[in-house]
Design a protein around this ligand. Structure first.
Ligand code: NAI
Ligand code: MG
Length: 351
């Protein structure tokens, strides 16, 4: 689902990479195009048409570009492109959002932090996506003692905590075997239960080391010494904030992938950035966030960590060759187009 803005340019490259990396491996992917966001509104009058929903629910995985653009800003809320994203997330029941923050050593200067603090950073934030204060009932604005009062409710049941915990521990098994569960157990009852369930889940993963951290401390530690973390697992609101904070440690939005998973093994894979209307159609967008999302697709929806690693190491190789799209280009590098970056990746994968 290419979507809007730079979406079509970057997904085109990611599809080429998926084709190249699966060649001769026994895994043959069948691509079904789908309309979402503004592109779907233009073609079908709705940002998340029924045909898109049906295709998503039948697929093993969805690769998505991005949605949105200034031409849609005046539409009624239910017709806005962003509603397409909310629609597909809830239709697929995507409760786990995985966002790696990886800083390739070649790009260490693009971070706002000192390069020794962030060079080689590789952490994964696992955020619960369908519970907590963003969805809890009751919620609203009411009048109490003559004053208007806004209120929200945060709750998590054991099943919700356990299933996000399992996603984090499974991911840690494929990485550095450390999980840090972030909560506010000194203040919140939801966190008290969260901690208890995480400890229970950890018993099934004796190889993985579990630690706990209060969210305010986690925010400090992320900028003080982020390399202490491997996998961070946390609830929706904390994860929203911490995942954006972690992504900025790398300084390069064009490099950051994401995965959102449900309990049927399906996933939605998309770059962390938006549709970048300011550079759309110019052939200068960085396709690597989407290409790295395609790597996550192979790892989490098809169990092919081997192919995911080939893509990730090819990304390392193109950076090592000095190839850069404009967003990550400094004066000693060679600026290349979206297409040329895809060409270089394909060449490495076919080698
Ligand atoms: P944005 O992420 O699209 O762009 C922010 C800045 O980063 C821009 O200067 C853009 O040119 C640059 N950028 C982003 N991705 C890039 C890439 N791959 N290569 C090179 N440069 C890149 O965020 P912004 O500007 O706040 O939003 C633009 C539109 O995207 C809005 O309509 C917004 O609603 C939508 N959006 C969609 C998201 C999604 O589809 N998941 C997420 C965030 C925003
Ligand atoms: Mg956010």
């Amino acid at each position: 689902m290419p979507g809007d803005g730079i979406g079509p340019e970057i997904t085109e490259q990611a599809v080429r990479i998926l084709e190249a990396v699966t060649e001769g491996t026994g895994l043959s992917l069948n691509f079904i195009p789908g309309l979402i966001g503004g592109a779907a509104y233009d073609a079908a009058g709705h940002p998340f048409p029924d045909a898109t929903r049906d295709a998503a629910l039948k697929a093993d995985a969805v690769l998505l570009g991005a949605v949105g653009g200034p031409q849609y800003d005046n539409l009624d809320r239910p017709l806005r492109p962003e509603r397409g994203l909310l629609g597909i997330r809830s239709a697929m029941g995507l409760f786990a959002n995985l966002r790696p923050a990886i800083l390739y050593p070649q790009l260490a200067d693009s971070s706002s932090l000192k390069s020794e603090v962030v060079a080689g950073l590789d952490i994964l934030i696992v955020r619960e996506l369908t519970g907590g204060a963003y969805f809890g009932q009751p919620r609203g604005i009411r009048v109490v003692d003559g004053q208007r009062e806004g209120f929200n409710t945060m709750h998590y049941n054991e099943m919700e905590i356990e299933r996000i915990g399992r996603v984090a521990f499974e991911a840690a098994m494929q990485r550095g075997r450390k999980v840090c569960s972030v909560d506010k157990a000194n203040v919140l009852e939801t966190s008290e239960l969260w901690r208890e369930v995480m400890i229970r889940v950890s018993k099934d993963y004796p190889e993985v080391e579990l630690s706990h951290m209060y969210v305010d401390n986690a925010a400090m530690q992320l900028v003080r010494w982020p390399k202490q973390f491997d996998v961070i697992v946390t609830e929706n609101l904390f994860g929203d904030i911490l995942s954006d904070q972690a992504s900025m440690l790398t300084g390069s939005i064009g490099m950051l992938p994401s995965a959102s998973l449900n309990d049927k093994g399906q996933g939605l894979y998309e770059p962390s950035h938006g549709s970048a209307p300011d550079i759309a159609g110019q052939g200068i967008a960085n396709p690597l966030a989407t290409i790295l999302s395609a790597a996550m697709l192979l790892r989490y929806s098809f169990g092919r960590a081997d192919l995911a690693q080939r893509i990730e190491s090819a990304v390392n190789d193109v950076l090592e060759q000095g190839l850069r799209t404009r967003d990550i280009c400094t004066k000693n590098d060679q600026e290349v187009s979206t297409q040329a970056m895809g060409d270089a990746m394909v060449a490495i994968l076919r080698r």
